[in-house]
Design a protein around this ligand. Sequence first.
Ligand code: UFG
Length: 331
Amino acid sequence: MNVMVVGGAGYIGSHAVRLLLDAGHTVCVYDNLSLGHREAVPDGLLVEGELSDREKIVSTLRSERIDAVMHFAAFALVNESVNDPALYYRNNVVAALELLDAMREADVTKIVFSSTTATYGEPDVIPIPETTPQRPINPYGFTKLVIEQALADYAAAYGFSYAALRYFNAAGARPDGSIGEDHNPETHLIPIVLQVALGQRERITIFGDDYDTPDGTCIRDYIHIDDLGDAHLRALDRLEPGKGLCVNLGTGRGTSVREIVEACREVTGHPIPEVTGERRAGDPPRLIADATLAKEVLGWTPSYTDVKSIVETAWRWHHSHPQGYASRVKV
Ligand code: UFG
């Protein structure tokens, strides 16, 4: 297929691009480089443009003879969405709708959309099945839910075929260390812990150790970035006109913050000093996927089954690119 990867210069998008190319698809990356990195995109694939620039998207969809779109270009920080909801509604909703309407105009109706566990809010049942009521507790989660709903309506009315993939915690890097996670500022646990091992931070602050979990720290379901990408490719193959697929992407296993820090110590050989700080507002104690549906409908199972192997790939990237893409190492 000819696939347009919107946000293909970002962390998750750039990994999906590599897997699409590995699988023989033709890829066009559409990205405004506001958060993404030019260096993360293979030569010749980048079209620089705004998500809200409908004309440019329509002409790119037509000139590249695009069959399907993968949409990764969203803001994804819960705190930021609480402090600046306008940014989130504008980009994640208004601009995303421009993309959908550009697709209509160009007669492209297949889309794989990045959704999130944040659409569930604070679910009562763990592990979380897809049937859990979606009651987001922050603007980020709401913006993703709005687009899930729009996709369902566009499928019914305009024959769109879509997959909304609800990510748990994406982590790790391409195993050859060529691309990886590079956010500024970095807020995610694993890169921050590895920055301590690199000597860029003195210690890791654990945000609360008085949760109702075995070691008192929050539990998340960390899924390797290539397993996530693999599920996107499988979803692409299963898109059916007028139908939608909403699927969790997690491993079904939970890992606590302390267990992550310990895994990073083992992988790096660095003592990684830690301190316990206040709880971070809005952190649910436990988020674990029920990943049964992904197995059933996508035939997907994660190949990275323990968190240490995920951290190993992240470490290969951070160690070889201590300043991220600014390290000026040829990838
Ligand atoms: N944590 C720390 N110290 C840090 C950073 C994180 O203790 O310095 C803890 C957090 O409190 C949380 C866990 O590590 O318990 C994981 O935090 P991350 O920020 O790495 O990930 P989140 O689970 O908060 O975020 C994930 C995605 C986001 C998405 C969110 C939706 O990475 O993009 O889920 O729920 F918005």
